[in-house]
Design a protein around this ligand. Structure first.
Ligand code: A2P
Length: 308
């Protein structure tokens, strides 16, 4: 799996087609998608064109997508994946992930009332995982994994799994290094993908706190960028790569797409990496707020490995 991929969360229809084309033309071979991003049909148009014109072959691409919360019943997994495949214009995925360990009723985009949620009693995570194992057996996806799972939730599905999850995609960057979760996953041969590696500055204002720190403006990140003659974004991408963690920066800008790929050439000394590892600030940009609260049967303990 290519360690560096293109993120597509927040890439609007109208932008993402061009972004995927620029990315593949620049040399990206890994694209991270999800049904809830509501842009897979456009990603699919770009992928089809790139393959039809011979720019790239299917077997050279690594395409990930994710099962949305409203399709966690056993019988809903395969139809959800087939819809994604149809949108992406592909016969199979390389990796399919359970997007969140949170279940909604069918057809719900974002649950707001208690009635729109299922509980773990209604749909145990193991049931959803069984659905994932089946779609893998059917050949609809080569690999299966999860996203936003802590070690307790991973253990829960692994207890009865035939196939262990191969990937856990979580928020990860210098303000949220996730050491405990990375150690747990490594011990069980589960890969880690870092989402929001640049601090996800373009997410909707309703998902941001007023005083939220700006990762790319952090003095340590800025200083390293100066020392290494690269951009702060490249420092942050290189941070994941130095830890052997898959990383999926999102961009819809041609220059930044190219620049992010070139982060693979940025090499830290041990001392420089140490400065990032000891940055002295802890922050989670995606705080899980939309999934918990009075109307939800879930709590933050269902999501995060450790409180910050
Ligand atoms: P844009 O899409 O206009 O390039 P994350 O990957 O953490 O979700 O962050 C995505 C945000 O970071 C987007 O606002 C994206 O803007 C911006 N971004 C992506 N690459 C770079 C870069 N090399 N330099 C500065 N900002 C970047």
């Amino acid at each position: 799996m290519p360690l560096l991929g293109l993120g597509t969360w927040k890439s609007k229809p109208g932008e993402v087609y061009q972004a995927v084309k620029w990315a593949v033309e620049a040399g990206y071979r890994h694209i991270d998608c999800a049904a809830i991003y509501e842009n897979e049909h456009e990603v699919g148009r770009a992928l089809e064109e790139l393959m039809q014109t011979g720019r790239v072959k299917r077997e050279d691409l690594f395409i990930t997508s994710k099962l949305w919360n409203s399709n966690h019943r056993l019988e809903d997994v395969a139809p959800a994946l087939k819809k994604t495949l149809s949108d992406l214009r592909l016969d199979y995925l390389d990796l399919y992930l359970i997007h969140w360990p949170i279940s909604y009723k069918q057809g719900v985009g974002f649950a707001r009332t208690r009635e729109e949620f299922y509980t773990y009693h209604d749909i145990p995570l193991r049931q959803t995982w069984l659905g994932m194992e089946r779609v893998q057996e059917e050949g609809l996806t080569r690999h299966i994994g999860v996203s936003n799972f802590n070690s307790a939730k991973l253990k829960e599905i692994m207890e009865q799994a035939t196939q262990y999850p191969e990937m856990n995609q979580v928020e990860l960057h210098p303000y949220l290094p996730q050491h405990a979760l990375v150690d747990f996953c490594r011990a069980h041969h589960i890969g880690i993908t870092a989402y929001s590696p640049l601090g996800s500055g373009d997410r909707h204002a309703s998902m941001k706190k007023e005083d939220e720190p700006r990762l790319m403006e952090d003095p340590v990140v800025q200083q390293l960028a100066k020392e290494l003659n690269c951009s702060p974004a490249q420092v942050l991408i290189a941070y994941a790569l130095h830890r052997d963690i898959v990383v999926i920066p999102k961009s819809v800008n041609e220059t930044r797409i190219q620049q992010n790929l070139e982060a693979a050439a940025v090499k830290f000394s041990e001392e420089q990496l140490k400065r990032l590892l000891q940055i002295g600030k802890a922050y989670r940009f995606l705080d899980g707020g939309p999934f918990v609260g009075d109307q939800s049967p879930y709590s933050l303990k269902d999501l995060w490995e450790e409180a910050l």
